[in-house]
Write a protein that binds this ligand. Sequence first.
Ligand code: NAP
Ligand code: F7E
Length: 348
Amino acid sequence: MKRALITGITGQDGSYLTELLLGKGYEVHGIVRRASVFNTDRIDHLYQDPHDPERRMFLHYGDLSDGGTLRTVLQKVMPEEVYNLGAQSHVKVSFGQPEYTGDIDGLGTLRILEAVRDVQESTGREIRFYQAGTSEMFGATPPPQSESSPFRPRSPYAAAKVYAHWMTVNYREAYGLFTCNGILFNHESERRGETFLTRKVTRAATRIKLGLQEKLYLGNLDAKRDWGHAEDYVEAMWLMLQQDEPDDYVVATGRMYSVREFVERVFGYLDLDWERHVIVDPYQFRPTEVDALQGDASKARTKLGWQPKIDLDELIRRMVENDLELAAQERTLTDYGHAVLRRGAASI
Ligand code: NAP
Ligand code: F7E
């Protein structure tokens, strides 16, 4: 049985990757941050009782700011594969927290690479490493972007990821480690964090549909993105670590749409007129924007045999149907609450 260690297991991609690896028979270990409330919502359905002798999923407390613990966990788990998905992953937030973002997304990658190098050297057992790189690294470079396009980062997040990318390459060249960079374009899902554009739109549009909200405040509607589904993208991560040689790959659908088009499609799916509800709010703009991203994933197609199965319409269908269900639950609770209040008032 193969063992994998995932940083960021509680995130969108971490949850899909865990499902994929468990399905392939792996034992999966994840690093979670201690929080004052439960932060494992996305993986709760995979949780197994610690007393179950057959269990194949394990969680360990740790943080990408804490190199000592990363090393301890790595030594304890001795995985064949490490997936470094942990990050402060919100581009706009990175302008407000540049130092923290650099520490976790940049130096955090170095910390875990160092732990991998050290444990591999001292045990002689190979540990393959995946780094969660991003299309944001291309920044101002015009589309289409491929592995040979220059990096022109436009945010503290992107600059930190560029550092992590080159450290991953350096550890491959300097120490002969099996390290891969996935340069993944935007990928979304029903589990996407609610402050990212796609989920913010599907949550708001479905709440508007059910009368729970009236307005949606957005920033730059002209930005263009290449949006895929996370379920497809975690498969590419796994494929990279199964190759004979380590390498770096762009992962994308090759289709580009504007934020405006995305909004139109979501509201259109719900028979709503988006222009009646969407308000452009200057607060949502970034100091520097990445205008257009469209990936050329020819290398991943040819060498990994990877291609996406879920297109934008299917992505929207899944996200909207999921969020309609959430809005319906909220509507029921709200109606019930009002009914109880009315009954309470009537009995006074
Ligand atoms: P996400 O949903 O924001 O998940 C991020 C994960 O990192 C969460 O598990 C989070 O833990 C964890 N994390 C945050 N700070 C940490 C720290 N200091 N130490 C350890 N773990 C920490 O992100 P995602 O969409 O799944 O993306 C996964 C990775 O791919 C990230 O590195 C992201 O930058 C990169 N990426 C994402 C996309 C995309 O479109 N989704 C595209 C390219 C690259 P909590 O749950 O406790 O917050
Ligand atoms: O923004 C515009 C915004 O925050 C998409 C992360 O996963 O993908 C993600 O980064 C676009 C941008 O994603 C709002 O200005 C307009 O042009 O969903 P987003 P992102 O910045 O592309 C990359 C590949 C990553 O690596 C990152 O980790 O939409 N936009 N109005 C808005 N964006 C947000 N969040 N909120 C708005 O109100």
